[in-house]
Write a protein that binds this ligand. Structure first.
Ligand SMILES: *[C@@H]1O[C@H](CO)[C@@H](O)[C@H](O)[C@H]1NC(C)=O
Ligand SMILES: *[C@@H]1O[C@H](CO)[C@@H](O)[C@H](O)[C@H]1NC(C)=O
Ligand SMILES: *[C@@H]1O[C@H](CO)[C@@H](O)[C@H](O)[C@H]1NC(C)=O
Ligand SMILES: *[C@@H]1O[C@H](CO)[C@@H](O)[C@H](O)[C@H]1NC(C)=O
Ligand SMILES: *[C@@H]1O[C@H](CO)[C@@H](O)[C@H](O)[C@H]1NC(C)=O
Length: 245
């Protein structure tokens, strides 16, 4: 190797190494998850785990509208055969996301799927983040992504970007057959093994990506080779539920 190319390759090594360090140190923050601006795997297609909920989100049309996707784009990955049937509260879904690494300023980039939401009566950044998007983002991140809007003075009809937290697998993860890092909000009733079993992965692989200090309502990223098949309620259970309500 000529000295010049050796210099280039050690520089490359140094840069990749600082990239790895950056990954290890990337801490979840209330403003969002940082991404290295030069990571080649961005943008990517990924998914968020979402739970159907009363009163507004008990059908795929309303949830599709919220995330700007079609019913079919949710029903297919979610193991639901009929996209038009109503859902029951807490029914699990996979919603597709287009995840990008977004430059915030000279030193910070944050990975998110930008979802445009039109403000309705009574909405605040906090309510829409915690109730509608079920803590897949935070009001602090919404403020960061909408620097020209004043949170206390939101007019009805104004369009707001809700940055849904997401990540794209980096090169090493891709080599280890991690094709998706699914966005999942850790519930108070969850533990690592229950989440691991929902996704069919080892608990350690969740810890490797998210650390071991996971708190309720944190968004975590579950590394998978492919989406697990969700266990959906049977048609019979859906009918009984409908009669019961
Ligand atoms: C960039 O934005 C981050 C996140 O809000 C902030 O902590 C940091 O101080 C900003 N840096 C500069 C140079 O403005
Ligand atoms: C979102 O998190 C807040 C606490 O930060 C919690 O009160 C709220 O119930 C959570 N929302 C959902 C839909 O779980
Ligand atoms: C997401 O929103 C941020 C902040 O408004 C913007 O800089 C970025 O370009 C957007 N990303 C995409 C892919 O639209
Ligand atoms: C984790 O949660 C599952 C299901 O809720 C429960 O059966 C199991 O005992 C819990 N495990 C631990 C270690 O708490
Ligand atoms: C997928 O859904 C069907 C019912 O629609 C169910 O029979 C099947 O068990 C589900 N798959 C898994 C792996 O849960």
């Amino acid at each position: 190797m000529r000295p010049a190319s050796r210099l280039v390759s050690s520089l490359f090594f140094f840069l990749s190494y600082s990239n790895i360090l950056h990954h290890l140190q990337a801490q979840p923050s209330t403003q969002g998850f940082t991404c290295p601006a030069n990571q080649r795997s961005f943008p990517c297609q990924t998914y968020a785990f979402y739970r159907a909920s009363a009163p507004n989100f008990l059908d795929l049309a309303s949830i599709g509208d919220l995330f700007s996707v079609s019913r079919l784009m949710i029903s297919k990955p979610s193991n639901i055969s009929s996209p038009t049937s109503p859902l029951i509260p807490n029914q699990p879904l996979f919603v597709p996301l287009s995840c990008s690494c977004n430059t915030i300023n000279i030193s910070t980039s944050i990975s998110s799927a930008n979802i445009t939401y039109t403000i309705k009566e009574g909405n605040t950044f906090y309510i829409v983040s915690t109730k509608y998007f079920q803590n897949l983002t935070t009001y602090q991140s919404v403020e960061l992504f909408n620097p020209t809007l004043i949170p206390e003075l939101l007019d009805i009809g104004v369009e707001v970007i809700f940055p849904i937290f997401c990540k794209c697998p980096h090169q090493t993860q891709l080599q280890n057959k991690v094709n998706y890092l699914v966005s999942y909000v850790f519930q108070p009733s969850d533990n690592l093994s229950s989440v691991a079993s929902t996704f069919g992965v080892e608990t350690q692989s969740i810890v490797d990506v998210n650390g071991n200090n996971i708190q309720p309502y944190d968004t975590i990223f579950v590394p998978v080779y492919q989406l697990p098949q969700l266990a959906q309620p049977t048609d019979r259970a859906l009918k009984v539920n409908r009669i019961g309500t």
